[in-house]
Design a protein around this ligand. Structure first.
Ligand SMILES: [Zn+2]
Ligand SMILES: [Zn+2]
Length: 285
């Protein structure tokens, strides 16, 4: 198979809130949120957590110099890797940065300028040699970043706002639903719309339903809710994601098994994990 035949998803950072390290986290990994999708020749990245740093190394190694990076929102665990992302310092790179969670309050350019500047960082964005093109959108917009790639957007329930994404290409659908909090006993209609009939739903499973009792208002969800949503929406795969920083490998093994028993397509995502969805012949372009 060559690039045109695969919708590839690679997890570069699956940890929520803050990065962790240590032997108890070695199998699932400790980097914060970053997902790569390859829609044939087109590379899309979602969020710029600490996982963006190794993603940058891999992009350079494979010669990718033109891509899109979408922010779900700008809490630290979703942005902290941007200053350490080597491609933005490379004059041969073209990158489009997209965000919509601050629509009407701040542009994508202003958001990045806010955190990449002294005194929080030694230099500001002007030092980046890459051609950085900042794009703004409003939740609900349908984006077409590259030929044949459709990215639908919707609002998630998270303090300060957050965007969920539904990526469609080559007859496949992959949805990124992080960070979001569910209302007990309810299925979020906006989320259902984004994940309908998806091959894979990457879902905020920071907590369990038992833990959620004293986590209300923090803006996160559970694997049990992820299963309910996927069942209702006819989705086939569920990646448990945004793991709580205290969650050890052994604990994640247990959670993964419980989730799999309820929903066969469920698994706990790991740093470096890759999934490939072959594109049927008639959908290739
Ligand atoms: Zn987060
Ligand atoms: Zn957040």
């Amino acid at each position: 198979m060559d690039d045109d035949d695969i919708f590839l998803v690679r997890f570069w950072g699956v940890r929520g809130s803050i990065s962790v390290s240590g032997p108890e986290f070695s199998r699932y990994g400790g980097n914060t949120i970053c997902i790569e999708m390859r829609c044939g020749k087109h590379t899309l990245l979602f969020d710029a957590g600490s996982g963006l740093r190794p993603a940058g190394g891999a992009l350079r190694a494979s010669g990718v110099s033109d891509f899109d990076l979408f922010f779900t929102h700008c809490h630290y665990d979703h942005i902290i890797g941007l200053p350490a992302f080597k491609p933005i310092y490379d004059r041969n790179v073209k990158v489009r940065l997209w965000s919509g969670h601050l629509a009407g309050r701040m542009t994508t350019r202003q958001m990045v300028d806010e955190f990449m500047r002294p005194p929080w960082f030694p230099v500001n964005l002007d030092i980046c040699k890459a051609r950085i093109d900042c794009r703004d959108f409003v939740s609900g917009d349908v984006l077409r970043p590259r030929e044949g790639v459709v990215v639908r957007t919707g609002s998630l329930n998270h303090p300060g706002g957050c965007i969920g994404y539904r990526v469609e290409w080559g007859g496949h659908v992959v949805a990124v639903i992080t960070d979001t909090e569910h209302e007990p006993g309810k299925l979020d209609q906006a989320v259902l719309g984004l994940i309908e009939d998806a091959d894979l739903v990457i879902y905020d499973c920071a907590y369990t339903e038992e833990e959620m009792e004293h986590r209300r208002g923090t803006g996160h969800s559970t694997w049990q809710q992820g299963v309910k949503l996927c069942e209702a929406a006819g989705a086939r795969g569920l990646a448990l994601f945004h793991h709580d920083p205290t969650r050890t490998d052994e604990e994640l093994d247990v959670i993964e098994k419980l989730a799999k028993d309820k929903f066969a397509g469920a698994f706990a995502a790991r740093d470096g994990q890759t999934l490939k969805f072959p594109v049927p012949l008639h959908k290739r372009r």
